[in-house]
Design a protein around this ligand. Structure first.
Ligand SMILES: Nc1ncnc2c1ncn2[C@@H]1O[C@H](COP(=O)(O)OP(=O)(O)OP(=O)(O)O)[C@@H](O)[C@H]1O
Length: 270
């Protein structure tokens, strides 16, 4: 679904951010694009959505060249930016006016998700809090049933119950021919949600792997001391050390935060 090859990009008058970036992504997953502040996540998402253009190299998304912004491409893509603007209209009017751009828009799903998020349907959008607006747009994004849904920092501004509703909603609303790409620096927020992890670091994709594959190859655990073991990575805390060990044949739940810290500190998990 997404195919990037030898991508080169720099923001105007800035040094090169992506130099020879290559990766591909298939449909049928919820992929977390993780990276520290300034790693280039938003820039990459905008390149995929065709909102900014590469200096060189190939970006192909669903068989289209994003920079051409063809209508058939745009109606299969929903991009929820980190910062957004909502007009001074009612919820109902916004949905009526914007759903028409998405041929598979599911109004029933929209209503259901708004109920789950407790979004006041009769409110005007500009009178809602930031978190309510964000939840409204997440509900809209999923209801578009777009083949590619891009969510940039979706959990920013969500309270704790809304974060778990978001997780359940996302897991239940997708089909095999869709891809949801979620960018975040709040690594914990996507635990138990994503089935593929991509880690961007200083403009380089240092990991692009299925969570299942990682869970089979490594163990993530906490130990009192590390004298008798040889961890691949460890972080000591008040009650022991969180460690990554080679796999023992069983699959182990992946500690996304530990994995992220290990990978961005240069540990190569092959
Ligand atoms: N419009 C712009 N003009 C110039 N430089 C930019 C612009 N947007 C981003 N940058 C720079 O590009 C780099 C990557 O920024 P980007 O917003 O893609 O990072 P990010 O990983 O999304 O960060 P965050 O987690 O803080 O949102 C940063 O060094 C940033 O300063």
């Amino acid at each position: 679904m997404i195919d990037l090859n030898a991508l080169k990009f720099s923001h105007r008058k800035k040094e090169i951010l992506f130099d020879n970036l290559c990766f591909n992504l298939k449909s049928g997953s919820i992929t977390g694009l993780l990276g520290k502040n300034g790693a280039g996540k938003t820039t990459l998402l905008k390149l995929i959505a065709g909102m900014i253009f590469p200096k060189d190299g190939k970006v192909e998304v669903m068989g289209y060249t994003p920079r051409k912004r063809e209508p058939n491409f745009l109606k299969q893509l929903y991009y929820l930016p980190e910062e957004f603007y909502l007009p001074n209209t009612s919820v109902k009017f916004y949905v009526k006016a914007n759903a028409v751009f998405y041929p598979n828009f599911d109004h029933e799903l929209m209503d259901l998700q708004m109920q789950k998020f407790e979004i006041p349907v009769d409110n005007r959008l500009d009178k809602m809090s930031y978190g309510q607006k964000k939840k409204f747009l997440i509900a809209f994004a999923l209801a578009t049933k777009s083949k590619l849904i891009i969510l940039d920092e979706p959990t920013n501004g969500l309270d704790i119950p809304s974060k778990s509703i978001f997780r359940r909603m996302l897991a239940g609303a997708l089909s095999e021919d869709q891809l949801v790409l979620i960018s975040t620096h709040q690594v914990k927020d996507v635990e138990n949600l994503i089935d593929r992890i991509m880690i961007l670091d200083h403009g380089e994709m240092i990991m692009n792997r299925e969570i299942l594959d990682i869970s089979e190859k490594y163990q993530f655990t906490t130990v009192r001391d590390t004298k008798s073991i040889e961890p691949l990575y460890e972080e000591s805390g008040p009650i022991g050390s969180r460690v990554i060990l080679p796999g023992n044949g069983n699959s182990s739940p992946v500690d996304i935060e530990l994995l992220f810290n290990a990978t961005t500190s240069g540990i190569k998990l092959t």
